[in-house]
Design a protein around this ligand. Structure first.
Ligand SMILES: *Cc1c(COP(=O)(O)O)cnc(C)c1O
Length: 374
C-alpha cells in the first residue's frame, strides 16, 4: 500500500518493536501481537517476523484479507481475525487458512455455522463479548442463547473469549475498567459452568502496563509495540517510559529562502512574518498523509532542532521557520516524526498538534513506502 510519490521516507526500527514486546512481556504473559491495519502502518509481515523472533506465538489482525496475507507469508503461528467473517468467502478463507475469527453476534455465528455444515469444516473461534465498548460482541444477556446455539453447532469450536476495554489508558476512568472486568469475569464463569473451556483475553496495551490484575490468560498488545505511549499526557505517563518509537518519517527540503518582515506565506496568507526570517520549503503535504490540521500548528526536526510550521500545509509542500537553525540548505533532511538528538519529535507530540492520537498518525504516515532497520 502506498500514497504519494515517494517524497516521504518512513523508516521502521524493528529493534525498537522487539524491545517494546519485551517490555510488555515483563508485565503480561502470553501477549498476542496486535498487527492489524498493516501493523499500525509499520508493515504486517516484517513486524510479525520481528515479534516471532521474540517468542510471540499469536497474532491478531483486523480483516480476513490481512489474516490470509499473513498466513500466505509463511507464518505458522496462531492468527486471530479481530473483525471476523462478513460473508461466505470470508468463512471459507478462514477455514482454509486455519485462522481463528472473533465472532461477536448471532448473524456472524450462524453464517459461519452454515458454511461449516455445508462444507463439512471444523472452525475454531474466539467468542467476543461486549462489556462496555458497545461496538462488537455478544452481551451478557445473550449468553444463555449463545451457549445453546453453540451446542447446536458442533463444528464451531470456541477456543478463546475476549472483550475490549474502552478506557484503560485514562486515569479518570479506572472504575469503568473495573466494571468491564467484573462483567467479563462473570461471563467467563458462566462459560466454564457450561463446559466451554476458553483462553480469555481482555487487556490491550494500556491494560497490560497499568492494570495487570486483569491479565487473565492472555493479553492483546498493540500501540505499545510501536512505541506509542498509551498514557501520553496523563499522570500515568511514566508507565510507558521504556517504550521506543519505531517509526521515523523524513523528507527533503526543496528550497531555502528569506521571508521579509510583513510578508505572508502559503495559501490564504494565514502567517505574516513579524521579523525578517529564513524559511525552508519541505517536501511533505496532505497528499502524503501529513495533515492540513498541522497548518501554523506543529514542528519538524531539522539538524536536530525544531522548526515551526508556517502557514498552511499544502498538498505536497509545507513551509517551516529555520531562522534559528544554522546552515540549512537545499536537499537537507527534515523529520516530520523522530529525528536526531533533543529535537526528535515524539509520536505523542505529533499526534497532539495533529489533533488526534498516535494510532492514527502511524496508520496514515505508514501508508507511505517503508524501509527497515533490522
Ligand atoms: C486494536 C486492538 C487491540 C490493541 O489495542 P492497543 O490499545 O493498540 O494496545 C486489542 N484488542 C482489540 C480487539 C483491538 O481491536
Amino acid at each position: 500500500m502506498a500514497i504519494g510519490y515517494n517524497t516521504l521516507e518512513v523508516e521502521v526500527d524493528l529493534g525498537a518493536i522487539r524491545n517494546n514486546y519485551r517490555v510488555l512481556c515483563e508485565k503480561g504473559y502470553n501477549v498476542y501481537g496486535v498487527i492489524k491495519a498493516d501493523a499500525y502502518g509499520h508493515g504486517l509481515i516484517k513486524v510479525s517476523r520481528a515479534l516471532e523472533s521474540e517468542g510471540a506465538d499469536t497474532f491478531a489482525v483486523g480483516t480476513v484479507a490481512e489474516a490470509v496475507e499473513l498466513r500466505a507469508s509463511g507464518c505458522t503461528k496462531r492468527i486471530i481475525d479481530l473483525l471476523g467473517p462478513l460473508d461466505e468467502p470470508d468463512c471459507m478463507a478462514l477455514a482454509e487458512n486455519r485462522i481463528i475469527p472473533f465472532v461477536g453476534c448471532f448473524d456472524q455465528l450462524n453464517l459461519l455455522g452454515s458454511v461449516a455444515r455445508n462444507h463439512k469444516l471444523e472452525i475454531e473461534i474466539s467468542l467476543k463479548f461486549d462489556t462496555g465498548m458497545a461496538r462488537l460482541g455478544f452481551s451478557s444477556e445473550e449468553l444463555p442463547d449463545l451457549i445453546s446455539r453453540l451446542e447446536e453447532l458442533p463444528q464451531i469450536r470456541p477456543v478463546m473469549a475476549s472483550s475490549h476495554l474502552a478506557t484503560s489508558d485514562d486515569p479518570s476512568y479506572e472504575g469503568y475498567v473495573e466494571e468491564q472486568t467484573a462483567k467479563f469475569k462473570s461471563i467467563l464463569d458462566t462459560l466454564e459452568l457450561s463446559g466451554i473451556s476458553v483462553e480469555p483475553s481482555l487487556a490491550n496495551s494500556a491494560g497490560i502496563l497499568k492494570h495487570d490484575k486483569i491479565n487473565f490468560c492472555a493479553q492483546r498488545g498493540g500501540i505499545a509495540l510501536y512505541g506509542g505511549n498509551p498514557f501520553g499526557g496523563t499522570e500515568w505517563e511514566a508507565l510507558g517510559a521504556r517504550l521506543k518509537p519505531a517509526m521515523q518519517v523524513s523528507t527533503k527540503i526543496a528550497s531555502v529562502h528569506k521571508l521579509n518582515k510583513g510578508q505572508t506565506i502559503s495559501y490564504g496568507c494565514t502567517y505574516t512574518a513579524e521579523k525578517d526570517m529564513t524559511v525552508a520549503i519541505v517536501c511533505a503535504g496532505y497528499a502524503d498523509g501529513y495533515s492540513r490540521h498541522l497548518s501554523n500548528n506543529g514542528q519538524m526536526c531539522i539538524n536536530g532542532q525544531r522548526a515551526n510550521i508556517l502557514g498552511r500545509v499544502c498538498m505536497q509542500l509545507t513551509a517551516v521557520d529555520v531562522s534559528n537553525i544554522p546552515d540549512v540548505k537545499f536537499g537537507d533532511v527534515a523529520y516530520l516524526l523522530g529525528g536526531e538528538g533533543g529535537g526528535a519529535i515524539s509520536p505523542e507530540e505529533l499526534a497532539a498538534w495533529w489533533g488526534t492520537i498516535t494510532y492514527e498518525v502511524f496508520c496514515i504516515l505508514g501508508l507511505n513506502p517503508k524501509s527497515y532497520i533490522e
